[in-house]
Ligand binder design. Structure first.
Ligand code: UT7
Length: 355
């Protein structure tokens, strides 16, 4: 049976390094707090006007395309995971298609908005097209520019110190080799927790406070004087254009769901935790990755951690970590690679790949 294999990987991060000390010029924070709670030492931020989510994605994609041994015009479909597209609409997939210089091919492009689990969802969607024979070269991308959506005042420090910018890409191709390729993907969501990690504006919700959903009490924009637009002055003043996170709630769910879905994926293909050669968790927090590895019984040398350098790059974190591990020679022919993520939605998922 035809499976989808990862034929090429690539990543790109902006050159602009922001250290924890750099952040102290904007907010009351310090290197010790950030490192102790998250493991992050620095992150990358784009230079405004130079890069966007789609241009970062194009740089990562060109590397993945070359490594897959094809030309950009041979790509026959794009699946783009991001929460920070260049525009509210259209999606980032079409901008990437244009950036790659292949708009005249008129290939299709879809956007996936599943935050930190975005790349796992994208991989799952893309692999179905390969398995059914519909496409032969699918470009799958996770890319984010989050630095432009951070509240850099002390009010936003709980979130602003965590997130970074970057892009990772893979090219999927069919393989008939027995036991190779994407063996399985498992995807989950629980919308009851949508407001636990959220950027509420711009959106049709309008920013109304809801007791039942335990939304922050200062979300109250029912007053008609603010008009009927996605974004108004009052929302800007009250930080609703920035992400909000109930960090401890997210942390607790993450450390439960990461192991659960990893085991579910392994069970589906009759493999064990000890069969994993490389574990690539979404880079949410170094403490979460360490906790999850310990709970699953995966030795730390099999776990990829690069959050120290890039922070949490949301949908880009797994493909960046995969490409970086591949470049370092940590992914070898025949290896079982496990990628698992948890994030806003809540959404979570796992993908198992035999290289
Ligand atoms: O990828 C998407 C999924 N996201 C995650 O998985 C994130 C999961 N959550 C976490 O990683 C942690 O909850 C955080 C790292 C975000 C926060 O760590 P925490 O231990 O939950 O800290 P906290 O929010 O409870 O804050 C503890 C204290 C507070 O001060 P008080 O009220 O105790 O005086 C905060 O105001 O730390 C303070 N604080 C900071 N201090 C210095 C919050 N942010 C900062 C900061 N610098 N950047």
């Amino acid at each position: 049976m035809t499976k989808a294999k990862i034929a090429g990987v690539g990543f790109h991060v902006p050159e602009n390094i922001i250290t924890n000390d750099d952040l102290t010029q904007y907010m009351d924070t310090n290197d010790a707090w950030i490192q102790e709670r998250t493991g992050i030492k620095e992150r990358r931020w784009v230079t405004r006007g130079k890069d966007t989510t789609a241009t970062l994605a194009a740089k990562a994609s060109r590397i993945a395309i070359e490594r897959a041994g094809i030309e950009a015009k041979e790509i026959d479909f794009i699946v783009f995971a991001t929460l920070s597209a260049d525009y509210y609409f259209p999606g980032a997939g079409v901008i990437l298609q244009r950036e790659l210089g292949i708009a005249d091919t008129e290939i299709g492009a879809i956007d996936i908005k599943n935050q930190c689990t975005g790349f796992i969802y994208a991989l799952s969607v893309a692999s179905q097209y390969i398995e059914t024979g519909m496409y032969k070269n699918v470009l799958v991308v996770g890319a984010e520019v989050q630095s432009m959506a951070l509240d850099l005042s002390t009010r936003g420090r709980g979130i602003a110190v965590i997130f970074g910018d970057g892009a990772g890409a893979v090219v999927l191709q069919p393989t008939e080799e027995k036991g190779k390729g994407i063996l399985t993907t498992k995807l989950h969501a629980d919308g009851r927790y949508a407001e636990k990690l959220i950027m509420p504006v711009p959106g049709s919700h309008g920013g109304y406070h809801n007791d039942a959903l335990e939304t922050p009490s200062d979300w109250n924009f029912s007053d008609e004087k603010w008009g009927n637009s996605f974004v108004n002055e009052h929302m800007l003043k009250n930080a609703m254009v920035f992400p909000y996170m109930d960090g401890q709630h997210v942390f607790k769910m993450a450390v439960t769901k990461f192991p659960e879905v990893t085991k579910e994926a392994l069970d589906a293909v009759h493999l064990k935790v000890s069969d994993i050669d490389l574990f690539i968790p979404h880079q949410a927090n170094l403490r979460i990755s360490q906790f999850v590895a310990k709970r699953l019984g995966i030795p730390l040398e099999k776990v990829v951690n690069n959050i120290q350098k890039y922070g949490n790059t949301t949908a880009a974190s797994i493909p960046i970590a995969l490409a970086e591990a591949w470049e370092a020679g940590r992914v070898k022919e025949g290896d079982l690679v496990c990628m698992t993520a948890f994030g806003s939605g809540f959404t979570w998922g796992s993908a198992l790949v035999r290289w």
